[in-house]
Design a protein around this ligand. Structure first.
Ligand code: WT7
Length: 641
């Protein structure tokens, strides 16, 4: 595989010039990990310094960093920049779905908005440790709401705006949120009335902990407002002071909960704490994106995912960035939207998902070349490997061969990027996240937990040591935390991904080794989708498989058996799609539904997914060993698609 050296014209803003810089950082982080992380942690402001750096014990699934340090994340993202004379600097450039509307929010304005809302939260009875749910689209108030929670020590739980009301309800109830912040309607692409408040209304009465619903007036459409429960954003802050001192938080006080899908059961509330998370998000944002104080930065993610938390809110804002936040979608009003925004706002650092690139690439280069993209300096991707065709398109057509591409591997659980080329230092190879960041010590293990020393041999990717941004627990279920991440390979953090190391020592992520799908960079558990399909009437059983999908990376393929006497029909198919949309959200809808008379099972009743995968991928010439099947005749019926 060809290596691409750092583009000639790329000059690092942070002095990362060659591979030696990387190697020496890596060496020092290995030799004295505590000193390395202490020096990194000094980049943020602490009200009181820690008494010790790392008190993690993987054997007990206990993770603790910067013990007894005191700080506040909102203070670090706003106040200290103002104290440093940056009050007038634009923090946010909000680009509306409507191409003609954009609005700047300076750090001074951000402080005022956050303080007002913080005081509103306090007046509504929210205090340190209380959980607050945020169910919004990409509007500045979403970021204000997150930072206001952080300011008073409330724990936010952001629920992606495309999730259904059922999914919202389950998340609110799991962490017993007292207050919900939402908006009247979402506005995205050609949809101007995505039902946000309406979805909240459907379930609010089934959430016993929920006392207050705050609604931003985004579309201006009239909404039902329940007396004593619902307030508009303006009513909520009316009469509040615009000054609110930041609460002194312990490094290990929770900052947020973010739900993510696992291989089994209901979504997990991934919990991150204040000190380690903030240090790690801030540090990696600078290192990986070569962040310079005059850069215009744009991450196209949604705050409903970890990428939005770490690389829109906490990382960039703690570094006093000026960043674009975008309400819309890449294909509205046309396929040139991303590039038009890059030109308009003179974006230097651009961070997006391979699935978006694939979707745009197939529309041709004319959408790109009509815009001036010469401001671009670093191009990033996240969510899945960026494979050769889209890598080259990104590198050649978008970056004009002048911008390093940073393929960033990480997870909701890791809090920040663990593997990525460092621009200026590390030559790239399309499809590889290259090397671990300094301080990150991965290993590849075999089935028995032994390290695989041979090159080019795939195994389980683990982390042998903790890093500050690591999740601390599954909210309300520490046992699940232990079982999911620390039981497969005791003494290591188990990522759930497969990977191998090539002859140059570069890491290649081969995908999930558990039953988790990656659809357009969205993480979806097969068990969740199967459960949702099973709730449709007439369905007996479902098995869900990921198959290679040209744009989405992975598409959802569902094998469904129906109750005796029920015949497959378009109605049932539609009902299944509606049920999945209702229980999870439209992003979890299967692309293919195949009705079948039975599922391939072993004698002990375990579904043989390996066989279904081959059928879904049309690789039916060799189905492999089928001798353990309880009823081999199901195969014939499955093949008659
Ligand atoms: C899973 C984590 C991290 C924010 C977005 C997704 C896959 C993520 C890459 C990459 C190969 C990747 C992994 C991982 N993944 N980035 N650069 N190369 N795979 O966060 O929803 O927690 O999903 O996404 O399989 O385990 P997430």
């Amino acid at each position: 595989m060809k290596k691409y050296s750092v583009p000639k014209n790329f000059i690092s803003s942070v002095g990362n010039d060659n591979l030696d810089t990387y190697q020496s950082l890596r060496k020092s982080s290995k030799e004295d990990s505590d000193s390395y992380w202490a020096s990194v942690a000094k980049r943020i402001d602490w009200f009181e310094e820690w008494t010790s750096i790392n008190n993690t014990d993987y054997s007990k699934a206990h993770i603790e960093w910067f013990s007894n340090g005191k700080l506040n994340a909102s203070y670090n993202c706003i106040d200290r920049h103002i104290e440093n004379g940056l009050g007038e600097k634009a923090a946010l450039i909000w680009q509306s779905n409507d191409p003609t509307i954009s609005k700047n929010v300076s750090y001074n304005e951000l402080l005022e908005k956050v303080s007002l809302f913080s005081n509103g939260l306090k007046r509504a009875g929210i205090s340190k440790g209380d959980r607050v749910c945020i169910y919004m689209q990409m509007i500045p108030e979403a970021i204000v709401a997150m930072l206001a929670c952080a300011r008073i020590g409330a724990v936010h739980s952001v629920v992606f705006g495309a999730f259904s009301s059922d999914a919202l309800k389950n998340r609110i109830n799991d962490s017993e949120c007292k207050l919900l912040i939402t908006q009247d309607n979402g506005v995205r692409g050609s949809k101007f009335d995505i039902p946000m408040k309406e979805n909240a209304d459907k379930i609010a009465d089934e959430c016993p902990s929920l006392k207050t619903v705050v609604m931003v007036e985004r579309s201006g459409n009239a909404m039902f407002m329940k007396e004593g429960r619902d307030l508009t954003w303006n009513q909520f802050i009316d009469g509040c002071s615009s000054e609110c001192p930041a609460e002194v938080m312990d490094a290990e006080d929770p900052l947020f909960i973010l739900y993510t899908s696992g291989s089994t059961g209901k979504p997990k509330g991934v919990m991150h704490t204040t000190g380690g998370y903030l240090v790690y998000a801030s540090h990696t944002h600078e290192l990986v994106f070569d962040y310079h104080k005059d850069d215009i930065y744009w991450c196209t993610a949604d705050i409903g995912w970890i990428t939005g938390h770490s690389y829109i809110v906490y990382g960039p804002l703690s570094n006093a960035v000026t960043q674009v936040i975008f309400e819309g979608v890449p294909n509205y009003p046309d396929f040139g939207r991303f590039w038009q925004i890059v030109e308009q706002h003179k974006v230097n650092v651009f961070y997006t998902a391979p699935t978006a690139l694939r979707a745009l690439m197939k529309e041709g280069d004319d959408w790109v070349t009509k815009y001036d993209l010469s401001t671009l300096k670093v191009l990033g991707t996240v969510g899945e490997p960026i494979k050769s065709p889209e890598w080259h398109w990104y590198f050649n057509v978008i970056g004009n061969e002048e911008c390093p591409i940073v393929d960033t591997w990480w997870q909701t659980e890791t809090g920040g990027i663990l593997m990525s080329p460092i621009p200026g230092c590390v030559p790239t190879k399309p499809g590889s996240a290259t090397l671990p960041l300094p301080g990150i010590i991965p290993a590849i293990l075999d089935e028995d937990g032994n390290e695989i020393e041979e090159r080019n041999t795939t195994g389980y990717l683990v982390m042998t040591q903790s890093w500050p941004g690591q999740m601390r627990t599954v909210y309300g279920d520490h046992q699940r935390f232990i079982d999911t991440y620390f039981s497969q390979a005791p003494g290591n953090y188990f990522t759930g991904d497969g990977a191998y190391i090539d002859d140059d020592g570069y890491f290649w992520i081969t995908g999930r080794v558990d039953d988790v799908l990656n659809v357009s960079g969205h993480r979806i558990g097969t068990a969740e989708v199967e459960g949702a399909i099973g709730a449709a009437s007439g369905v007996a059983e479902a098995a869900v498989i990921g198959y290679n999908h040209e744009i989405k990376g992975e598409g959802i393929y569902a094998f469904v058996t129906l109750m005796t006497g029920v015949e497959p029909s378009d109605n049932i198919e539609q009902d299944i799609l509606n049920t999945v949309t209702k229980i999870i959200g439209p992003h979890a809808k299967p692309s293919v539904i195949q009705f079948c008379s039975g599922l391939p099972k072993t004698r002990s009743g375990k579904i043989m997914r390996r066989i279904l995968k081959k059928i879904a991928q049309n690789e039916t010439d060799d189905l492999g060993d089928i001798s353990t099947l309880a009823d081999p005749s199901v195969i014939d019926s499955l093949l008659q698609k």
